[in-house]
Design a protein around this ligand. Sequence first.
Ligand code: ZN
Ligand code: ZN
Length: 242
Amino acid sequence: MSEEQVNRVLNLERRFEDKPVLKKILVSGEVSINKLAKIASIATNKNQEELAGLAKILPCRALETLARDERRQALSESVHVNTNPQQSLLTVNLLAHLDYDLQKDLLERQKKGININQLLKDLLKKHDEELAQEKQKLAEEENRRAEMRNTATGAREKIPATGAHAKKPSRYIPAKIRRQLRKEHGTKCSIRTCQKPATTIHHTQRLALSQNHDPNFLSPLCREHHAIAHSIDRTYWKKRRP
Ligand SMILES: [Zn+2]
Ligand SMILES: [Zn+2]
């Protein structure tokens, strides 16, 4: 072990002084120093057991994401964030994304005395309502399909010795539903604070149980949040969803 590594271990040992569960897996070498260093900032005497379990199964990058989420969550709960749009860089960045024609159009409307803030709010609201309706329609279709599949399977199972052919839902998510998710979440991970590209559409209810691709229970996730989603209990999950 190099001197630097020794120092890292000593430093972690100190931080885990009141967290014996974490200290134990550090000293025994059961979990790497790199992994434990990622979660040290969020470790408490209370959550040490849970974190130790996660450190054993999650890759380093997922642990890093987990710790970042946890710190952000703590921050948003304790600090009042100033969200005055005039003072925010957000406004400047956003304008740069609008086409020149659109900026001109909005400006002309504003000059005529039209409340363009209200106009945009109304349009977004209408858009969201349409998306929600579309999602509901797709969900109903999906559930109907699953029901039909189950009925067909049930009928077949009544015939002796053919139960083995019971039909399972395909893992393939229909294009219509993928398009809907894309409209709702864009191309990024659906965790509110995450900006990473989505790599997987995760079933928040296990496909084997739900037997369908109801879009209400689908979430596009980045690689790290997907790993976290499969390793963590549902209370954590609920807390983080938008
Ligand atoms: Zn998944
Ligand atoms: Zn993510």
